[in-house]
Design a protein around this ligand. Structure first.
Ligand SMILES: Cc1ncc(COP(=O)(O)O)c(C=O)c1O
Length: 441
């Protein structure tokens, strides 16, 4: 169980999240159901913000990477905690603006932002666009020129550090659809390109080295490389960038292969990074940049669980036992996409011992529609409530209507009370945009 008290087992032997009994939540809202613990989300937002305040004189901003979980209520929480947000599409931007999020604290990412998305962002005066191609810089310039504006931008660079969970490597060649490589000189070329634009102001640089990372040194190495690059650019052009965005990527606990970090451990990550940035600024004689970070998964990942009802059980003796649930890859495609590992519980019998290993299958017409493979569980029965843990990030946001299944609703739990934040879909929703051409009528 995670140590942050998001989850508990109550006297009835039921799993609780944020003080709410998950069996009662399942009965009240139905399954499948995404459940989020608001207090946990706020605690994670606060730990980053407070560390910037305490260790970096407040000279920075935490941007919630809203691709992890985007809905109006999430932007409201981020706003109330004094965070900015990062968005990666017109849809995320629209949702943030609808939530009343201050445009100046919105940063926009994307390797192929559409001209319409850039126009929408600029018309709404969003704070910063993170430039990811030469073409995009040209489009921003012409849109800003037409409107008589100057748009602040960062440039996304690849510092040559790639991090994956417990390891990181330095690479000279970065094979990525994102960003400009420092090693091959394109980061310098785009800088000169942007500096020639009259309606773009280059504020600094961004990098994002990966996701689900536990290695502190990988962030330090990346920050050092970006700072070295900033110093090089200053020396060559005289222009000193004043913003450094170090991206997201802090890891979370999914299963027993992952460390169980405490909230304060995330402060330690950031403190280590801040110390490195200060040292590099001093080494290069640069002023301390305004620091941005973009945590997504670490803010919302462990705050969320998904509740399902167990349906068919298929035992193939000597081979495998499948426990089927009323959800699947349409609400959580991460096993199908990346073989991501999850921890699974029976929420209504949470204190019972696990006695067998089973595979949790979804209800889609796809053999690969699995949520977890060979996970320990008590002997499940049809009608049990299953909880899959750490589904707060990249589950709802990656959900689909595959097989015309419903994207599940979501509830937000605070001090034991639950409120719907995403309502259930209906059959009518599924055909809302279908059109019958005249000749088929
Ligand atoms: C540019 C950028 N920033 C932030 C994030 C958030 O990363 P995480 O959810 O791992 O913190 C991502 C994730 O892909 C990203 O691409």
């Amino acid at each position: 169980m995670n140590e942050r008290e998001t989850l508990k087992i109550n006297a009835k032997g039921h799993l609780e999240i944020g003080g709410a009994d998950t069996v009662e939540l399942a009965a009240r809202f139905g399954t499948p159901l995404y459940v989020f613990d608001e207090q946990h989300i706020r605690n994670m937002m606060r730990v980053y913000k407070r560390t910037i305040d305490s260790d970096y004189g407040g000279n920075g901003m935490v941007l919630y990477a809203s691709k992890a979980f985007s809905c109006v209520a999430m932007y409201k929480i981020a706003r109330s905690e004094g965070l900015g947000v990062d968005v990666v599409s017109g849809g995320e931007l629209y949702t943030a603006l609808k939530a009343g999020f201050p445009a100046e604290n919105i940063f926009m990412h994307g390797n192929n932002k559409l001209p319409g998305e850039l126009e929408y962002a600029i018309d709404n005066k969003i704070g910063v666009i993170v430039v990811d191609s030469f073409r995009e810089a040209d489009i921003i310039e012409s849109l800003a020129c037409e409107r008589g504006l100057i748009q602040d931008v960062l440039i996304r660079i690849n510092p040559g550090v790639e991090a994956h969970t417990h390891a990181f490597i330095q690479t000279a060649r970065t094979d990525s659809k994102f960003g400009f490589s420092v090693a091959d000189g394109t980061a310098e070329s785009i800088t000169s390109h942007v500096l020639r634009k009259k309606h773009i102001k280059l504020r600094g640089y961004h990098c994002h080295i990966g996701s689900q990372i536990f290695e502190k040194q990988s962030f330090v190495l990346a920050a050092n490389k970006v700072m070295d690059f900033m110093a090089d650019i200053k020396q060559k052009t005289g222009v000193e960038a004043d913003m450094l965005n170090i991206g997201g990527g802090f890891g979370v606990w999914y299963n027993d292969e992952d460390p169980k970090l405490k909230v304060s451990d995330y402060a330690d990550y950031l403190k280590t990074l801040i110390a490195a940035i200060k040292a590099k600024s001093y080494e290069h004689g640069l002023k301390l940049p305004y620091l941005l970070l973009e945590p997504g998964r670490s803010i919302v990942g462990e705050a969320g669980i998904t509740l399902y009802t167990v349906g068919a059980i298929k035992d193939i003796p000597g081979i495998r036992k499948y426990v089927a649930i009323d959800g699947g890859m349409f609400d959580n495609p991460r096993y199908a996409l990346y073989q991501s590992k999850y921890t699974v519980l029976l929420a209504n019998r949470a204190s019972e011992k696990c006695i067998e290993r089973v595979s949790v299958s979804g209800k889609c017409c796809e053999s690969g529609d699995l949520i977890a493979v060979d996970v320990p569980l008590p002997e499940a029965e049809s009608g049990d409530i299953m909880a899959v843990l750490t589904t707060g990030a990249y589950n709802y946001s990656m959900a689909s209507n595959y097989n015309r299944n419903f994207v599940p609703p979501a509830v937000l739990v605070f001090e034991g009370n639950a409120d719907l934040i995403i309502k259930p879909q209906t059959y009518e929703d599924l055909i809302r945009n279908d059109i019958i051409p005249e000749r088929l009528k």
